[in-house]
Design a protein. Structure first.
Length: 218
């Protein structure tokens, strides 16, 4: 807990300080262009919060595995627009010199960098092994997938222990896939990983979904 706080606190502090600096420049620019009083504050809040909201929406899209339609997603377009407005307002308050522009743009740049760092950290997933170890009792099963039917029967004999081990192994593969990609495994992915028939992969996937829906702790 302390380590996580020490790791995150500097980024949060930077975001608040940089956001305050960028906010001030935006408010002053709005005031100079006719938005007096609370409206100037509202403009500044809208622009800064729009950037934060768009960054969070981008993170949510990646977490849910949402596919982009078109060359740019809507949250990304909103984020680019917010960045453009923020930088423009900061540069409008700068002295007309190279260093004036750089120093005026620093708060906005630091704020956006801090937001992107927080967004990046929030999308981290736990490390998972490249390959899961195959249980010893499943070695002959996965070497001979053709002898299994959709009920997990081997050579016409209903082997409960083998069927249970196969289901447990399929569950481990499904959990690994979800941890790595952020979405449930498909039948074809499961079939390719196990080397079994499509019918057996479908049966295993149905069983996994049923046990998850019923809240099976295993």
């Amino acid at each position: 807990m302390i380590t996580r706080l020490a790791d995150t606190a500097p980024v949060l502090v930077l975001a608040m300080i940089a956001g305050a600096g960028s906010f001030t420049h935006i408010r002053d620019t709005a005031t100079e262009h006719g938005q007096a009083g609370w409206m100037a504050w509202a403009v500044a809040v809208c622009i800064d919060l729009t950037c934060v909201m768009a960054a969070r929406e981008r993170q949510r899209d990646r977490k849910n595995g949402r596919e982009r339609r078109g060359w740019i997603s809507w949250p990304t377009l909103v984020l680019v627009g917010g960045i453009t407005l923020s930088l423009s307002a900061n540069l409008a308050q700068a002295d007309p010199s190279a260093w004036g522009w750089i120093t005026a743009a620093t708060p906005a740049g630091a704020f956006l960098t801090a937001v992107s760092m927080l967004e990046r950290r929030s999308t981290e997933r736990p490390a998972v092994p490249d390959e899961l170890a195959v249980p010893d009792e499943l070695d002959p099963v996965l070497q001979k997938p053709a002898v299994l039917d959709e009920n997990g029967t081997e050579n016409g004999q209903n082997d409960t222990s083998t069927a249970g081990a196969l289901l447990d192994y399929a569950r481990r593969i499904a959990d690994e896939h979800h941890a790595r990609h952020g979405r449930p495994i498909t039948r074809d992915n499961l079939r390719a990983r196990l080397g079994v028939s499509s019918q057996l992969a479908s049966a295993l996937l149905r069983t996994l979904r049923d046990t998850t829906t019923k809240g099976d702790p295993s």
